[in-house]
Ligand binder design. Structure first.
Ligand SMILES: [Zn+2]
Length: 84
C-alpha cells in the first residue's frame, strides 16, 4: 500500500492560495522592471506585464520575456543608457 504523502497537495495549496493569496518569489529576472514569479505553495507562475501588473505566465508571455531579456542583456552589455 502506497502512502499518499507524495501528493504535493496542489489542490490544498491552491485552496490555501485562494484564501490567503499566493506567495510569489522571483523565479527569473527579465529586465529591471519585469520579473517572473512563482508561488511557493501552488507553483503558479506569473510575470510582470508591460503595464506593470502581474499576469499569468503563458507560453506567449514566456516568449516575450525571453525576447525582452535578450534585448535587455544586449543593451546592457553595450552600456548605452538613454535618459528617458
Ligand atoms: Zn499559490
Amino acid at each position: 500500500m502506497k502512502t499518499s504523502t507524495i501528493q504535493h497537495g496542489n489542490k490544498f495549496s491552491s485552496f490555501f492560495c485562494n484564501l490567503f493569496g499566493h506567495h510569489y518569489v522571483v523565479s527569473k529576472k527579465v529586465t529591471k522592471h519585469i520579473k517572473e514569479y512563482k508561488c511557493v505553495h501552488c507553483q503558479k507562475q506569473v510575470t510582470t506585464d508591460v503595464s506593470g501588473k502581474l499576469s499569468e505566465l503563458t507560453p506567449q508571455m514566456q516568449e516575450i520575456n525571453n525576447t525582452l531579456e535578450d534585448m535587455y542583456q544586449k543593451r546592457r552589455s553595450r552600456v548605452v543608457q538613454s535618459v528617458a
